[in-house]
Design a protein around this ligand. Structure first.
Ligand SMILES: [Zn+2]
Length: 174
């Protein structure tokens, strides 16, 4: 089995950082959380959808590329392990799969970048706030199960931004 070549997947082209052939914007929590807060405050639900769909589209394309290149990653289990690795290596945090199938599933994140960033900047929220992670999970499932964008809906049932123990995501077919 060909091992994943991180040096090749994460490379530089001049001043650009590329991930699996696509340019990546690298930002800290100040940027991400300000972006989220601005979108939520100015556009409301539409802003939330924008964040969700951007994450969904970006990881869908990116992960589809990875699966195409690394054909030895065959089983569902190894694809989801790979996805969790990409999440972690991109600095997004920890994501664990509880149960999953083509009809949806359950994911848990005990720690993630957006939670840490939000709590540091704004403290506790009274609504779930991991819109980026929700979109990311949708895009990963669509890539793994070869479904079109928008096929899955991801809802966050518990969120650490609300001081709950972990973030819990439920995936269903839309
Ligand atoms: Zn959350």
């Amino acid at each position: 089995m060909r091992p994943l070549n991180w040096q090749k997947e994460l490379e530089r082209e001049g001043h650009r950082v590329m991930f699996s052939g696509q340019p990546v914007a690298m930002h800290c929590h100040h940027y991400h959380i300000n972006l989220q807060k601005t979108l939520e405050e100015t556009l409301g639900k539409q802003g939330v959808r924008l964040l969700y769909q951007s994450a969904e589209e970006a990881i869908f394309e990116n992960f589809t590329n990875i699966l195409r290149q690394y054909t030895s990653i065959k089983t569902e289990k190894s694809k989801f392990e790979m996805a969790a690795l990409v999440f972690q290596n991109s600095g997004m945090g920890i994501i664990r799969l509880q149960e999953v199938g083509p009809e949806g599933g359950l994911f848990v994140s005990p720690s993630n970048h957006h939670v840490t960033g939000w709590l540091a900047k704004h403290g506790m929220r009274d609504t779930p706030g991991c819109h980026f992670v929700r979109g990311w999970i949708a895009g990963i499932l669509e890539a793994i199960y070869d479904r079109p964008l928008g096929y899955y809906a991801v809802e966050e049932r518990q969120c650490k931004m609300m001081r709950e123990k972990e973030c819990v995501f439920v995936v269903t077919v839309r």
